[in-house]
Design a protein around this ligand. Structure first.
Ligand SMILES: Cc1cc2nc3c(=O)[nH]c(=O)nc-3n(C[C@H](O)[C@H](O)[C@H](O)COP(=O)(O)OP(=O)(O)OC[C@H]3O[C@@H](n4cnc5c(N)ncnc54)[C@H](O)[C@@H]3O)c2cc1C
Length: 199
């Protein structure tokens, strides 16, 4: 199989990239490890500048329906001590959207997947894990494993977009630097913090 673009990962980044490419009729194949939307909440906030992206996709109204403006964010540690505060207006800012918007990541993914289903140029394959990647002069060979059957195949692409999240196979495969020890410590503490809406 050969496609111009393979996108590894159907989180918000991969789904958005596919939608933007699909708008320009760029054929792409999105490969996702899980069979459907991963149900756990994770990302919860985007600002008015990023809100322009669903706006550009024609999804501003749909995104507004699954999100709610707030007055900013507080970053707390596990003992609920405030680490940082970001004050924002819930009213439309200079980009025409509320400056702070809370949402639930699975809702956003459902919204983006429904949108992708309307774009002919985009194919999304779930239950499909990318297990290897190689690049040569002819393009990129993406090794894919069907998690249901265990069957392996190779997909050939001109470009691969690395949208596979924090523990990225692609980044490791192409030798893109891993975080420094300090960054890892900060990130480790961040995963035990939470962002909360405040009024
Ligand atoms: C426990 C946890 C808590 C978090 N809490 C918050 C929070 O409170 N607030 C906040 O704003 N953000 C939070 N985040 C961060 C948030 O999840 C990310 O910012 C957001 O998910 C990034 O989106 P993404 O599309 O880049 O990556 P992801 O959402 O991680 O999507 C990557 C996708 O790639 C798929 N994938 C990975 N490897 C492969 C492979 N080899 N083959 C096929 N598919 C693959 C994954 O299954 C996944 O669906 C949290 C993350 C975690 C893990």
């Amino acid at each position: 199989m050969k496609v111009p673009v393979v996108i590894v990962g159907a989180g918000p980044t991969g789904l958005t990239a596919a939608a933007l490419l699909g708008r320009h009729s760029v054929e792409c194949l999105v490969l996702e490890r899980w069979a459907s939307v991963y149900p756990q909440p994770r990302a919860v906030h985007l600002d008015d500048e990023v809100h322009r992206i669903p706006g550009r996709l024609g999804l501003a109204g749909e995104f507004a329906a699954i999100s709610w403006p707030c007055h900013g964010l507080r970053l707390l540690d596990p003992d609920l001590r405030v680490l940082a505060e970001f004050h924002r207006s819930p009213c439309a800012g200079r980009y025409g959207y509320p400056e702070a918007n809370m949402f639930d990541q699975p809702d956003l993914e459902h919204l983006l997947r429904a949108h992708l289903a309307t774009i002919d140029a985009v194919t999304l394959r779930g239950n499909t894990e990318v297990t290897g990647i190689r690049q040569d002069r002819t393009g990129v060979q993406v090794e894919v494993t069907d998690r249901g059957t265990g069957a392996r195949e190779t997909t050939h692409a001109d470009y691969v977009l690395d949208c596979d999240g924090a523990n990225s196979l692609i980044r490791s495969a192409i030798g893109v630097g891993s975080p420094t020890a300090t960054t890892r410590r900060v990130l480790a503490s961040m995963t035990t913090c939470m962002f909360t809406e405040y009024r």
